[in-house]
Design a protein around this ligand. Structure first.
Ligand code: AKG
Ligand code: FE2
Length: 279
């Protein structure tokens, strides 16, 4: 049984993204991850000896205590961020065989890879700019192969206030776009967060934008060349979302660069693709 209908495959080819509602099982796939996040937040609170009372676990309040934690100690929030990508239930989801099937259905005759360092759980805190992703294509940020897939799935139900991911519909057809590797307006941004599209406003303007309100269990698939950005979180809680990235060993550009990774792999993107760097 294929995972995607012919209509969904056509939509993906046309729009450069696809939202699959209820792709994962809440009970089997999502709940164990939320439980582990809850436990880790509790342990980080305890590690720092903070007087924060965490409510018992519930799928809607799995992150209980986190807002109080980062208010008391923002760096402790970074510890949670580094810890949660090491949750076994999450790693099992990263390597879920259904992901390879999705790649096979969207990229015929591909040889699948899971981008090392290309998976993690984002925690987009209210009114924080530093780790917000500006308009970007995934390829310069991750490399590996030109035709990869971002698999994005939230742990909280998205609302407009929480700043859903914004997508330029059909922008993947532009091909790889040149980038600046520094953001003069945000000098504290580093690595992939500092990549700015050349003529960003002009690139983005012609496209219709989508900002799907995904919920836990839903899967958003983005093409490695689709222009997208983090929304702004104006809500009162953090926006938790999982990212996993698959690539295709058989794709010619990937083969030429030896499937190198980008910033997260400690690689200087400018050396791999000087022709895509403006500065
Ligand atoms: O979740 C976000 O804000 C950005 C997500 C993104 O850029 C990605 O998953 O590649
Ligand atoms: Fe991205």
């Amino acid at each position: 049984m294929p995972l995607l209908t012919p209509a969904q495959k056509r939509r993906y080819a046309r729009d450069g993204y696809l939202l699959l509602r209820r792709f994962y099982s809440l009970r089997r796939d999502i709940l164990p991850i939320q439980r582990a996040v809850h436990a880790i937040i509790g342990l980080v609170i305890r590690r720092h000896g903070l007087p924060i009372r965490q409510r018992p676990f519930g799928p809607e309040r799995f992150d209980s205590g986190y807002q109080e934690l980062i208010a008391a100690n923002r760096a402790a929030g970074g510890e949670v961020y580094d810890a949660v990508k090491q949750i076994p239930a999450y790693i099992r989801l990263v390597a879920d065989p259904r992901h390879e099937r999705l790649l096979a259905e969207l990229r015929a005759a591909s040889v699948p890879g899971i981008a090392a360092g290309g998976y993690g759980i984002r925690i987009d805190n209210p009114r924080e700019e530093r780790y917000r992703a500006p308009w970007h294509q995934e390829y310069p940020a991750q490399l590996r192969s030109l035709d990869g897939l971002v698999l994005w799935s939230p742990l909280v139900k998205l609302t407009p206030e929480l700043g859903p991911v914004q997508i330029c519909v059909g922008s993947h057809r532009l091909g790889p776009l040149p980038v600046h590797t520094r953001d003069p307006a945000n000098p504290d941004k580093a690595g992939a967060y500092a990549l700015i599209l050349k003529d960003e406003a002009k690139v983005v303007a012609p496209f219709e934008q989508a900002a799907p309100l995904a919920a836990p269990g839903d899967l958003l698939i983005l093409d490695f060349l689709t222009v997208h950005a983090s929304g702004h979180n104006h809500g009162s809680r953090s926006r938790w979302s999982m990212q996993m990235r698959l690539f295709n060993f058989r794709e010619p550009t990937g083969m030429r660069i030896g499937w190198k990774g980008s910033f997260a792999a400690g690689v200087d993107f400018r050396k791999i693709h000087p022709e895509l760097c403006v500065d």
